[in-house]
Every structure is written in C-alpha cells, then in structure tokens.
Design a protein around this ligand. Sequence first.
Ligand code: GAP
Length: 507
Amino acid sequence: MQRTLTGPVELETIVSLAKRRGFVFQSSEIYGGLGSVWDYGPLGVEMKRNVKDAWWRAMVRERDDIVGIDAAILMDPRVWVASGHVAGFTDPLVECDKCHRRFRQDAVPSASGVTEDESPVGPVSALVSGLSGQVAQELRNRLEAHARSLGKRRVTAVDYGDAGDYPPGTVPCPQGDGGFLGEPRQFNLMFKTFMGPVEDDAARIYLRPETAQGIFVNYENVQTTTRRKLPFGVAQIGKSFRNEITPGNFIFRTREFEQMEMEYFCPPDQADRWFDHWVEFSMNFFKRYGIRAANLRTRVHTDDERPHYAKAALDVEYNFSFGWAELETINNRADYDLSNHEKHSGRDLKYFDEETKAKFLPYVVEPAMGADRTMLAILVDAYDEEPGEKESRVVMRLHPDIAPITVAVLPLSRNERLMPTARRVHEAVRPHFNSQFDDTQSIGRRYRRQDEVGTPLCVTVDFDTVEKDQAVTIRDRDTMEQVRVPIDGLVAALRDRLDVIRKRVAG
Ligand code: GAP
C-alpha cells in the first residue's frame, strides 16, 4: 500500500521503537549489555514466531514435497570436519600483541597512503602522527628495523605495498593501547565448548554455525522413514552461532541467531531448475509478507565470495538505510555435503532410483533465510509516519499474519458499566486471534499505541454497545475507518477485514 514515508527508515528509529515497545532488548542489559546479542521481548517473541510460522507454512505445510525436522544444536565434531567448517569457516584476522583483541585485516588502517620522501623520517612521520610519544617512538624503531631487514635506509610507500599489506608488527592497535598488530592469521568463527567432565581436545565440540548440517546427517533417516522419492526437501528452523568479528546493525548480524533453512535433494540434472524455483519462491515469500518489491533485489555471488560448499550462490538483498544487505542466500551445494559425509562417516548415502536402477548422490539446492534479519526487514519496511495536526501518527503497516497482536479489544473507558461486556467480547475473540485487552489510557492514545506496534484491527466497546445495540466498532489501522458490527457476527467480520488488510499489505 502507499506509504507517507519514502526512502529507507533509519535503523535508530526501529531500534528505539523496538526497545520502547518491548520487541527487542539488549542481552544482559543490567550488566551493561552483551555485545551484539539480543533478547526478544513480549511483542518481539510473538512477531518472530509469526515470521517462522509463515515460513514453515509456506515451506512445509502448503507443499507435498517437503518435510521438517528439528535437529540438536550440538553435533558430533566430525560433522564440522566433513562439512569443511573446521578448515574453512574462517576470517583472516590480525591480533594486537598487547590487548589480544582481533581485527579484520581489511578493517585496520593501512600504510598505503604513505608517500616516498627524501627527508630522514618522511614516510614514518606520516604514519606516526597522532600517536602518543612512546608508541610513536616504538613504531619508528620497528619501521627502521624493518627497513634494515630489507637492506634499505628508510621505509617508503613502496615497501608497504597495497592496503593491508603492511610489515607485521608495524600497525598500532586501533584500541590505542600501545600494542601492535601481528601477522594475519585465519581464525575460526565457530563457538567451541566441551562435552563431558574433561576439558581437553578430545571433548571439544562446537555450537552449530548453520542448521543445514543437521539435515544432511539425517538425510538417510528422513528418506527411508518417509519413503520419499527425489526430488524432496527437508526444512528446519533453529539457532545458529557464529563468533562474528564485525557484528552489528542491531539484529542484522549477531553472534546467536535463528536460521530457516531448507535442503532440497534432487537429481543433479535438475539442480539449476530448482535453483531458479527457490529464488522465485523466496522473492514471493518476502513480497507476500509485505516487503515492497522496490526494496528487494537478487545478487549473484562473485567467484571469490561464494562459500566453500557452493557451486552457485545468490543473495536476496534488502535496501536498508545502511545499504543493500543479504536476507537470504540460495546455494547450489551440489553433492558437496553428502559426498563428504559419506567419506567421513563411511556410510553409503547414495540414492537408488528404482525406475532407472541408477545409484547416485543427489544434488542439493538450499534456500537459507535468517529469521532475525527477515523480521528486521519487515519492521523497517512496515514503518510509516503520517503527519498530523498536533503530532504525527506512527504506524507499522504489518501483514496481519506477522503483527504481534492481531486484534485489540478496547473498552471506551474504565467505566464499570462497560467492563463485563468488554471482557465478554474479548473472550469471544481470544480463541480465534492473537488478541490483547487494553483499558489503560484515553481511547485516542490506545489507538496510537496499537498503530505503533502494527495491530491491524481494534474493537471498541462503548455505551451504545451495552445500552442500545449489542454492537461494537471495528477500526482499521491503515485507513482509520470505523464500522459498527453486531457482537454476534464479530469474529466473521474480523476475518473479512483481516483479509482486506492482507491483500492491501501484500499488494
Ligand atoms: N547454510 C547456508 C548458510 O548458513 P549463510 O549465508 O551463511 O548461509 C544464511 O546464512 C542466512 O542466515 C543469511 O542470509 C542470514 O539471513 C542469516 N545469518 C547468517 N549469519 C548471521 C548473523 N551473524 N546474524 C544474523 N543472521 C545471520
């Protein structure tokens, strides 16, 4: 539907609303907050659950070819050797020799801007400017030692090369603690812990960095117990963990997050076709739940960004205020995972095609969506502000299946003549919709509070309800239109009106 606001909404607006209204809180806030870890409050938990339910409905319940599982977060550590995560799920980082903080190599200042200079300390002076006396002196010493090791009298830009290609030990720590960054090393992003009473290497296990492997190791169990023939898919929703080095942008990139992943097993010659199918499916899913098409795009991965397991990969991206960013990846994983699990487990995972009598490893096409990111994109896209005479009206134009509250029941006031009927109306509505009873402030303020959290419909009980007509008013969040309906027909009327809003939001 048409919005008053145009252009991407700033993240701070959403962060502040999310905190104020109980969608998302910082983890362990009373202790100052745990970095990039978030808790979902009373409205947030309802909304995220709705996002996951919508995905599960579209992926599993509305199709005949996909079943679900719920695998454990903890898995045999050999799974992660087979999947390539132990060796390959890494970021190149440089570590400070004093505070031992680690930084992405591409995020630290490089020396490429230093120009060759004939004055005795020319290039060095450009580097050391802004550093404290002691650190500057230490850096000078290190640079001169480096120059000597190269057989030169002084360090020049030529010695430094391109961005990030600096001599190890000559870039001061960005924390400004007097330490220097060492040589780039590969750091694994998996969280590690120990299973059992002994904390040694043999007891080391990982928190899963993707839910997908829980599906691959259960491929045979699912295929034989459900007697599935190719092509078929297995879907899963659950937590994943990554020790991200540069998390941020609220719930966009966090260290603990939820994924909604589906692995679609098919004959190798069908993989390209299914890849296109899942791209289209995903775009339709986002649009169906209210994200405007103009804010979505697809982007094919370049050769150097494709994950280690993927033959082809494409991101579905959303136009956030901080730029276009990934909501979902669609990968053609070919037989990468099943063949590696065959090798490492010794189990024959090949599929036997009864018609052709061929035995082969299926290919896998994987749509992998983040539940938290999807929720963030939906919130950002739904946010609107309408100018008013006194104050503007903030309204979240959420799809009724995603909004945390579907129907709010509001007695006009706290007058005791209204309460029994208002309670009765709420009891009639409650079994059918996620509803809230609110009798706190003035009716105008309560409408605004419901608009701000995206409640599509409010039902108001007034004195006419009790004294005259046994009817109530239904108010539409977007149009603010009000209609009077008999209590007897209220549930059916609410259903009809929600359908109207569903179409409006998706269109
Ligand atoms: N199994 C394939 C896989 O995990 P991915 O692109 O690494 O692919 C899939 O992750 C989706 O999971 C991403 O598109 C994103 O929505 C979500 N995701 C990944 N890392 C995340 C993080 N640190 N915080 C929040 N969501 C994340």
